[in-house]
Design a protein around this ligand. Structure first.
Ligand SMILES: *Cc1c(COP(=O)(O)O)cnc(C)c1O
Length: 373
């Protein structure tokens, strides 16, 4: 049985007619940028998240960048970021001229460890930027308490966690602002690049509407040094067709994760994803850890099973961040996670039999490896 790392088939095939009709409708309106589709999607996405405002933008990186700009974060400011995130989180901080200050994650959950925030705090710290990595919610109550104590903003990176909850509340609704991505393979994906910022702050929402559109919400009047980062009408129309299915796709993801937990229980040398108390993940990815990661990945590939590594090199070891002078060994937890993590296939439409097949290959690999020790 061939099992791809990801497949759109079960999500997109049944929606083909509806999506093409939505695209045709936009085609025929002759209105392609910042129109009725974007406005309607913003209202619908706000309702889904239980927030006051959504501002649709070009992609997830720009959602993060504009959220920071909207809060007037800039040169001289420090932003606390996880050491083991996708590089976009750090790039957004760099793009506004601020400094990313890495904080090591909890080894078990791969998420920002609230207990480590205090040691990273300086007089320049302005923002905590938790990332709900792999769709696992961060321990938001402790993070909010820390931020409140020290007068910091909280900006969530919710790109992987649409629909996850912590203490019964949706991620993307805790922070002063929250950025998300609708990159095609995210839990809610467009047919190209798209992103959004959610917030309960009406003034911030207004600034973000200006920032995404040349600093302007009124033609030929430019209040801010803005960008061009607009969610376009075609992508908004597609997202409006897909959003009503997100809850059903999330339950499928949760069922698949539960099957993995069951079929992979007690495999020697394999660490399964840990979920923080009070967290209900969105299971964007199902990530296991083993010191034999590369060999396991090759073995699964030989059996026709696709996997990926999220992410093999942490941001501080990328050439782009060489100037920070954080050499190998500087952030040992991030480096350990990068060397041992492996993402198994998980997508709506995947079956229990497929999970069982993946687990069978993993188990027989583990048996051989312990035999070799
Ligand atoms: C995908 C992703 C982003 C960036 O989103 P794009 O739309 O690809 O720019 C940012 N942060 C995280 C954690 C992501 O997974």
């Amino acid at each position: 049985m061939l099992i791809p790392f990801y497949s759109f088939t079960a999500q997109h095939d049944p929606l083909r007619a509806d999506v093409l009709a939505a695209l045709a409708e936009v085609y025929d309106t002759h209105w392609y940028v910042l129109g009725e589709q974007v406005r309607a999607f913003e209202t619908e996405y706000s309702a889904f998240n239980g927030v006051g405002h959504t501002v649709g933008v070009g992609n997830g990186l720009e959602a993060l960048t504009l959220a920071l700009r909207g809060l007037s974060i800039g040169p001289g400011d420090e932003v606390l970021v996880p050491s083991n995130t996708y590089i976009a989180t750090w790039l957004a901080v760099s793009h506004v001229g601020a400094t990313p200050v890495p904080v090591e994650p909890d080894l078990a959950t791969s998420n920002l460890d609230p207990a480590r925030l205090a040691a990273a705090l300086t007089s320049r710290t302005r923002v905590v930027l938790p990332v709900h990595l792999y769709g696992q919610p961060c321990r938001m109550l402790e993070i909010l308490a820390f931020a409140g104590q020290h007068g910091l903003f909280v900006v969530e990176d919710n790109a992987q966690a649409q629909g996850a909850t912590f203490a019964g509340q949706l991620t993307g609704s805790f922070g002063h602002a929250s950025a998300t991505s609708f990159y095609p393979t995210k839990n809610l994906g467009a047919l190209g690049d798209a992103g959004a910022i959610t917030t309960d702050d009406a003034d911030l929402a207004r600034r973000l509407q200006q920032l995404r559109n040349y600093g302007s919400t009124q033609k030929n009047h430019h209040e801010l040094l803005g960008y061009n980062s607009r969610l376009d009408e075609l992508q908004a129309a597609v997202l409006r067709v897909k959003l009503p299915y997100l809850t059903a796709w999330l339950s499928q993801r949760r069922q698949l994760a539960a099957w993995y937990n069951e079929y992979l229980a007690d495999v020697p040398g394999l660490r399964l994803p840990a979920v923080a108390a009070g967290a209900e993940p969105a299971w964007h990815l199902y990530v296991v850890h083993t010191s034999h990661r590369n060999a396991l990945q090759r073995r699964l590939a030989a059996a026709g099973i696709g996997t990926q590594v999220h992410y093999p090199v942490p941001p501080h070891l990328q050439p782009a961040y060489a100037y920070l002078d954080l050499a190998a060994g500087a952030l040992p937890i991030a480096e350990d996670l990068a060397a041992t993590c492996l993402s198994l296939p998980l997508w709506p439409g995947m079956t229990e039999a497929m999970v069982a097949t993946v687990a069978r290959v993993v188990r027989s690999f583990a048996a051989e490896v312990s035999g070799l020790r």
